[in-house]
Every structure is written in C-alpha cells, then in structure tokens.
Design a protein around this ligand. Structure first.
Ligand code: SF4
Length: 287
C-alpha cells in the first residue's frame, strides 16, 4: 500500500481513537503499534487543537525519558514514516548510532547544498561502513556553478537567507513531499540557540507540517561527547580542529577559546540558523 493510499484510508477510519486511550494522531487502523498522522487526504498533515493536546500528552509521558527511550517511542509510533535530517554534527552522529540499534529502517537525509566540507561528505561514507545506513543526499535543482552563474556570483555572503532558502529549505520541502514522513527527528539541543531553547521534546513543526522529535533536547555538550567517546561513534575530524558546529564551508569558521559554539556559523552576521529549526507558532497554538 502506498503512503498516499495509507493516508486516504487513515482518514476514513471512523473509530474514535480516544476510546482506546491512544492519541488520535498516533493510531494506524492496520496496526495499532504504528502511526497514522491526521492528514488532509493529500498526504499533507494538519495540526488541530486535538493534535496539539495529544503532543502535550506525549511530552508528559516522555518527561525525564532518555534519548533512546524517546527514539524508541518515536520508532514505535511513526515507523515507517519516520525521517531524520542530519548535517552529521556531533549530536546527529549520536542519534544515528542510537537509531542504528533502535530502527535502522528510519529514512535518513542530508541537505547536500554543494557547499559542504569534504570531511562532512567523507563522514557520510564512514557512517555507511559502520552502520550500513545510507544517508540520502537531498540536492538543490541547480549545481553550485549554475546557481552562482545565474545570480552573478555566490549569494552566501550577500544574501545568505536566500542561499539557505534555495539550497536547503526548497530541496527539503520537495524531499518531504516525496518521502511523506509523519514525523522527523532532529538532534538539536536546548542550550544551542534561543530558538532551540523554546523547543519541546515532541512538538508540532508548523514550518513543515510534521511532528518533530528532539531526543537530545535536554542533553549537554558534555553528555554528547561522553556518548561519542564511550561508543566510538564516528564524528567529523574538524571538531578536533576548533569547529564545534559545522555547516557549509563559506559560512563556517573555527571558534576561539571562550567563544560560543555557534560563533563560527555565519560569523559577523545576525543570522544564526538556516531556518530549519526556527520555531513557528500557528494561531498561537504552537508547541
Ligand atoms: S549555509 Fe551558507 S552556503 Fe550553505 S546554504 Fe546557507 S548561506 Fe548557502
């Protein structure tokens, strides 16, 4: 059964899920252990006040849970419509390591802008060798060469928001339409930026109309690195050379002692996020 068929049939499932004590948006009529997120019939999910309440309930259930417990919950509820987007940061590598054990069939994607460091691309291959997990590259329609030629040069310096929009957000939207996930996993931590500080472990992502799962939200950087070292998790060697946060090479520099970990991202600009993890509220009901 295709995802579009599954969405259509889920919407025709008339049994009130609340009778079973199971959140409505988490029930699949074919397998009560799997997920069906409420859809509009076309594969696009919608948030309702009920869904917002159910997400709040999931957060209560997962209060104090470990990242692995959160991921097990997500896999049980959402697989095979569970997706992880990773830039292969230290946190993302921890989550991939956990998912390799919990649900290696998760869809894994990387936004390959054409501007990533060679070390980042090599890490994708090391992860494949270690876990047998292939992280799918999601690429913009235009190569870097064509994009820069069309705009009279690179935009990452003069108009980085447009560059991120064209080379990350638009390709991601196309990929989400094709892959049709019900939920996606990020590896953000609360203490990384002010926006991330507002996130919940489970939240509604109004920007992409998905449930978002943030298993490492309450971890510290120290906990991330203890996990990497304890489990011999593959990581980007640039972290050992003063790059705590690694994005595209034109927008990433190493940081000096005492600087914020993200000081090297879009250094000298107000911009601190590519836009993927900025929390957007809908009608005041965002989680
Ligand atoms: S991080 Fe920089 S190079 Fe990468 S997409 Fe954004 S602006 Fe462009």
């Amino acid at each position: 059964m295709s995802n579009s068929d599954r969405n259509r049939f889920c919407c025709l499932h008339f049994i009130p899920h609340s009778e079973f004590g199971i959140p409505h948006f988490l029930v699949n009529p074919y397998d009560n252990d799997k997920v069906c997120v409420e859809t509009d019939g076309g594969g696009t999910m919608t948030e309702s006040p009920q869904v917002a309440a159910e997400i709040a309930e999931a957060n209560r259930e997962l209060a104090g849970a470990s990242p692995q417990e959160i991921l097990r919950w997500a896999a049980k509820r959402f697989h095979p419509r569970l997706l992880m987007a990773t830039a292969f940061g230290a946190e993302g590598c921890c989550v991939i390591h956990m998912l390799a054990d919990i649900e290696p069939g998760t869809m894994f994607i990387n936004l390959e802008t054409g501007y990533q460091f060679p070390e980042t691309l090599e890490l994708r291959e090391r992860i494949k060798d270690r876990y047998g997990i292939t992280v799918e590259y999601i690429t913009p329609e235009q190569t870097v060469e064509r994009y820069e030629a069309e705009h009279g040069g690179p935009l990452h310096n003069l108009r980085p928001d447009q560059c991120c929009h064209d080379r990350k957000i638009l390709p991601l939207r196309r990929a989400l339409k094709r892959l049709d996930p019900a939920a996606w996993i990020s590896a953000i931590r609360k203490d990384q930026t002010a926006d991330r500080g507002q996130a919940g472990v489970i939240q509604w992502d109004a920007k992409f109309n998905l449930v978002k799962v943030n298993p490492l939200l309450n971890w510290t950087k120290k906990e991330v690195w203890a996990f990497i070292l304890d489990n011999d998790v593959p990581y980007n060697p640039m972290h050992d050379r003063g790059f705590p946060s690694i994005g595209c090479w034109p927008c990433t520099r190493s940081v000096n002692a005492g600087e914020d970990d993200r000081a090297g991202r879009w250094a000298g600009k107000v911009k601190k996020e590519c836009g993927l993890h900025v929390i957007e509220q809908q009608d005041g009901e965002g989680i």
